[in-house]
Ligand binder design. Structure first.
Ligand SMILES: O=C(O)CCC(=O)C(=O)O
Ligand SMILES: [Fe+2]
Length: 363
C-alpha cells in the first residue's frame, strides 16, 4: 500500500528510518516534491544562470615526460584558485569507470529491503552505511539523495561485508586511484616548498571512503538540491560522475571572466575524474589551497550517480598549518586539532557551505 506522504512524520519514517530512501518515495510516482524537500529560495540552484568551467582535464601521463613541470604548475594553480580540476590518464581504467556506474545503478535499483540491511545500527559492519540526505535529523530541508558509504579497513573485511553489487569494483577503484591521490598530494606539498616523509603522507591520506551517491529523478528540480552547499573534510576527493552533469562549484576569486561568488558547473567529461581540495589540505597549506564550496542539482528526466573517494587523515592524526608555512607567512591561519575531532564536528552538522572550517579557526 502506498504510504501517505502528507504528514511529515510518516514521510521521515518511510524515507529515513525504514530505509526506503528518496528512490523508494519516487518509485511511488510523486507528482510534486514533499515540503520537507523544498529548499529556501537562497539555496535553490538557478541552472540557467550558471556557466561551465571548461578547462580541459589535466593529462597526468605527461608527468612522466618533458612537460612535467608545466603539469605540476597546472595542478597547483587549479588547487590555489578554484580548488577543483579534472584529470585524464589517471591510472584508473576507463572500463572500470563504466563498471562502477553500472554497479551503483544496480545497487540502488534493488528493492528497498535489500538496501535497508546496510542502515546505520543494523549494518553487518560499521564500515558500510546506507542512508539518505546528509544529517536528516538536523536538516531544515532534506537533500534529494540516497547513498552507500564504504570505509576501507582491509581487503578481507571489504570482501566479507561490502555489498556484493559493488565490492569488487569499489576495491579496484580505491586501489588504483589512491596511487594517483598520493602523487597529486606529493606534488601539492612539494609546491609549498615543504618535504614530508612517507609516514606523514600515509597519515594524511590514511583513511579512505568510497561512496556511491544516487540522485533519483525529481518532479521539481528547481525547488530541491541533490547535495547542499558544502566543502569536503579531507585532503583530496576523487569523483566519478556520470553523463548527467549538475555539479557546481563556487568561485573563490575572480577568474577567466567569472566573478567571485559565481557558481560554475564541472562538466561531465567521458573517461575523466574530478579532483577537489578538502578542508584538511586548505588548513595544512595555511590557506593557500582552496577547499571549494560545491553542491549538486537534481533533474526531472534522469537519475544520476556519482562515486567519490574521500582520502582523509587517520583519526589520530594531528592537523594544523605546516610549521614551515606559518614561519614564512608570519601567521597561523588555523589552529591545531586531532582529525577525529574535526570529523565528529563535520558529521554532526547539516551542510552549510564552508562553515565546517570554522572548527579550525584560531580563537
Ligand atoms: O555528486 C557529486 O557530483 C558530488 C557529491 C559530493 O559533493 C559529495 O559526496 O561530497
Ligand atoms: Fe562534496
Amino acid at each position: 500500500m502506498a504510504p501517505s506522504f502528507l504528514d511529515g512524520n510518516s514521510l521521515f519514517n518511510f524515507v529515513v528510518r525504514d530505509g526506503n530512501g528518496v528512490k523508494g518515495m519516487v518509485d511511488f510516482g510523486l507528482s510534486e516534491v514533499p515540503e520537507q524537500y523544498v529548499q529556501p529560495p537562497e539555496e535553490r540552484i538557478d541552472k540557467l544562470n550558471a556557466s561551465t568551467h571548461d578547462n580541459p582535464p589535466i593529462d597526468l601521463s605527461k608527468l612522466d615526460g618533458p612537460q612535467h613541470d608545466q603539469i605540476v604548475e597546472e595542478i597547483a594553480r587549479a588547487a590555489e584558485t578554484l580548488g577543483f580540476f579534472q584529470v585524464m590518464n589517471h591510472g584508473v581504467a576507463v572500463e572500470l569507470l563504466e563498471s562502477l556506474k553500472d554497479a551503483a545503478n544496480n545497487f540502488f535499483g534493488q528493492p528497498p529491503e535489500k538496501k535497508a540491511v546496510y542502515r546505520k545500527g543494523v549494518s553487518p559492519s560499521p564500515s558500510v552505511k546506507y542512508g539518505t540526505s546528509f544529517v536528516p535529523d538536523k536538516e531544515k530541508a532534506l537533500e534529494w539523495k540516497d547513498y552507500i558509504s564504504m570505509t576501507y579497513t582491509t581487503d578481507a573485511e571489504a570482501l566479507e561485508y561490502w555489498p556484493q553489487e559493488c565490492k569488487d569494483v569499489a576495491l579496484e577503484y580505491l586501489r588504483t586511484s589512491i596511487k594517483m591521490v598520493r602523487k597529486v598530494v606529493e606534488i601539492l606539498i612539494g609546491k609549498l616548498g615543504v618535504t614530508l616523509d612517507d609516514s606523514r603522507i600515509d597519515g594524511l591520506i590514511g583513511s579512505k571512503l568510497v561512496n556511491m551517491n544516487f540522485y533519483p529523478t525529481c518532479p521539481n528540480p528547481e525547488l530541491t538540491v541533490g547535495v547542499g552547499r558544502h566543502s569536503d573534510m579531507g585532503m583530496l576527493t576523487v569523483l566519478l560522475q556520470d553523463d548527467i552533469g549538475g555539479l557546481y562549484v563556487k568561485m573563490e576569486e575572480e577568474m577567466d571572466g567569472k566573478r567571485q561568488g559565481d557558481w560554475v558547473e564541472i562538466p561531465a567529461v567521458p573517461g575523466a575524474l574530478v579532483i577537489n581540495v578538502g578542508d584538511t589540505l586548505q588548513i595544512l597549506s595555511n590557506g593557500r589551497y582552496k577547499s571549494a564550496e560545491h553542491r549538486v542539482r537534481t533533474t526531472s528526466t534522469k537519475s544520476r550517480v556519482s562515486i567519490p573517494i574521500f582520502a582523509i587523515p587517520k583519526p589520530t592524526e594531528r592537523i594544523g598549518p605546516l610549521p614551515q608555512l606559518v614561519e614564512r607567512d608570519g601567521v597561523a591561519r588555523y589552529r591545531e586539532f586531532i582529525f577525529e575531532e574535526y570529523m565528529n564536528n563535520f558529521f554532526s552538522n547539516a551542510h552549510d557551505g564552508k562553515k565546517s572550517l570554522d572548527f579550525a579557526n584560531n580563537i
